[in-house]
Design a protein around this ligand. Structure first.
Ligand SMILES: Cc1cc2nc3c(=O)[nH]c(=O)nc-3n(C[C@H](O)[C@H](O)[C@H](O)COP(=O)(O)OP(=O)(O)OC[C@H]3O[C@@H](n4cnc5c(N)ncnc54)[C@H](O)[C@@H]3O)c2cc1C
Ligand code: FES
Length: 287
């Protein structure tokens, strides 16, 4: 599908907590074509400052109303300007971009969703769609972690009927004390829940741990990966990550997160190279 350039209208802007906001946009063409895991490049204000559009995932898609939502955290100039957009204002968008998550076949539960910080954003729409398809969600679990309770979205924001949610905070101020991937591994070690597939989004260091577990346990995992993006359409080559080539492990090959991703399987990335060279910033702000 060709990318769409559309002038969207801001419908709602809400501060959910701290620096985390929910933005609802009316953008019928993009909302009609969007799938969970894809993203838009958004111009956060008219003019050339900031020059570059910013990438944001679809956190909710309301195709029949022509709307979608972005859940975002203010981390710099672009997102700060974004948080000042009022209902009625407009914003230029390019999208939907990227490959999106591949939805599991009906009845393929149990499934695990793992979210670190604002990485919860693209998983919300995905979970909703998977639940609608599974018709009986007892085997779907969300593992959702942040640094502290103050940075964790309110429970009612992520709870859905039938979805079991495991919360963690690094400082133990809510839920399990420790990293989200540590909690996931602890739950796996208990043995009562074993996912046939994993969907995850969060900082690269978290994704590395998810990929490691998935590969060691022969479990399919779809990871939404981060990278700095200047163009979002494969033109600037700024979002490259080292790719693994199983048939030729020494080969130097790269994938572009914007065009080939942002969703990748656990085995398609050369994790050791990322970790050793830190070819990208360590995270898009996890919490
Ligand atoms: C495919 C994709 C989907 C995204 N979806 C969301 C989303 O749904 N919600 C959300 O809050 N954020 C999301 N992000 C991250 C978001 O694009 C950045 O936080 C935003 O562009 C920052 O813009 P800024 O001008 O406020 O910050 P800047 O002033 O540009 O940067 C502030 C800090 O954030 C870091 N940073 C900025 N962008 C990235 C990035 N892409 N990767 C790693 N570090 C970065 C910078 O290095 C710097 O340290 C997504 C990123 C990608 C690649
Ligand atoms: S952001 Fe330009 S090639 Fe990916």
């Amino acid at each position: 599908m060709d990318k769409i350039i559309e002038e969207a209208r801001i419908v709602e802007q809400e501060r959910i907590l701290g620096q985390i906001f929910r933005l609802r946009l009316h953008s019928p063409k993009i909302a009609g074509a969007a799938r969970p895991g894809q993203f838009v490049m958004m111009r956060v204000r008219e003019g050339t400052d900031p020059l570059l559009r910013r990438p944001f995932s679809f956190s909710r898609i309301y195709a029949e109303k022509g709307d979608f939502e972005i859940l975002y955290r203010v981390v710099g100039k672009g997102t700060r300007l974004m948080s000042g957009l009022l209902p009625g204002a407009s914003a230029s968008l390019v999208g939907p971009l990227g490959n999106g998550f591949e939805l599991p076949a009906a009845g393929s539960a149990p499934l695990a969703f793992i979210a670190g910080g604002i990485g919860i954003a693209p998983l919300l729409e995905l979970i909703e769609r998977v639940m609608a398809r599974q018709k009986g969600a007892e085997d779907l679990r969300l593992f959702y972690g942040a640094r502290t309770a103050e940075e964790l979205l309110p429970e009612d924001f992520v709870r859905m009927p039938g979805l079991r949610v495991h919360f963690s905070t690094d400082d133990g101020s809510f839920g399990y004390k420790g990293r989200i991937t540590r909690m996931f591994e602890d739950v796996m070690a208990e043995g009562a829940f074993r996912p046939s597939g994993i969907y995850s989004c969060g900082p690269l260091a978290m994704q590395y741990n998810v990929a490691k577990w998935a590969l060691a346990n022969d479990t399919l995992a779809q990871l939404s990966l981060e990278s700095l993006m200047a163009c979002g359409i494969g033109a600037c080559l700024g979002c490259a990550l080292p790719a693994s080539t199983p048939e030729d492990p020494g080969a130097e090959r790269f994938v572009h997160v914007c065009k080939d991703g942002p969703i990748f399987s656990a085995g398609s990335i050369k994790w050791n190279k990322i970790l050793s060279q830190q070819t990208v910033p360590p995270t898009w702000p996890s919490n």
